[in-house]
Write a protein that binds this ligand. Structure first.
Ligand code: SF4
Length: 124
């Protein structure tokens, strides 16, 4: 039988990959080879730690929970097109240097565009 910490870690990894779809608690425990009792304890623990959220769901005439990740896996999408990635000054750029992100026009423009893009995504 797998150790609880190992199971908790594997469960969190699995749930994190399900994104908006989530996963039924029962399916997850089958996948990880855990008992439903042990699985419930781990799901509650992960929820209490703020890593996942649980929503009650009626499935095949029985109440169960669907588990959703609260934190998205880290991705590099958020820094896509960042000017620093292709900047020829990046080696000399630093917070207190002559070339600095503090007054970089390219970085400022990119950041503002990103904020604008983000704020319009919620618009109908
Ligand atoms: S902050 Fe500006 S100057 Fe510094 S690496 Fe990024 S784009 Fe280049």
């Amino acid at each position: 039988m797998p150790r609880r910490n190992d199971l908790e870690h594997r469960a969190l990894q699995f749930i994190s990959k399900t994104s908006d779809e989530g996963v039924l608690q029962v399916d997850l425990w089958h996948q990880l080879g855990a008992s439903s009792r042990e699985g419930s304890r781990i799901a509650i623990k992960l929820e209490n730690k703020g890593f996942i959220r649980r929503e009650r769901e009626l499935f095949d005439g029985r109440w169960t929970y669907r588990l959703y990740p609260k934190k998205e896996p880290v991705s590099i999408t958020s820094i896509k097109n960042c000017p620093c990635l292709i900047c020829s000054d990046s080696v000399r750029c630093g917070a207190y240097g002559a070339i600095s992100p503090n007054d970089c026009e390219r970085l400022t423009t990119w950041s503002i565009d990103l904020i604008r893009e983000d704020s319009t995504q919620g618009d109908p």
